[in-house]
Design a protein. Sequence first.
Length: 69
Amino acid sequence: MIFFNKDFMHYFSLLGFLGFVIVGNIGIFIFLYKLIEKYFFKSTPLFVLFTVIGVFSGFYNAYNLIMKK
């Protein structure tokens, strides 16, 4: 079929990988917060800050992956 050409498969796989990149970055920063919470102190503003940093870094890395081609 002409619909499933090389470019379509590339962008389809890129879409799936972008989801892993964004969720992975958010997960890493939440994990870092949980380590800080376990060994030092608990802070809601710090959790929000780490989550926001995770979201921004995820979208930044996703943007870099999209613009690589």
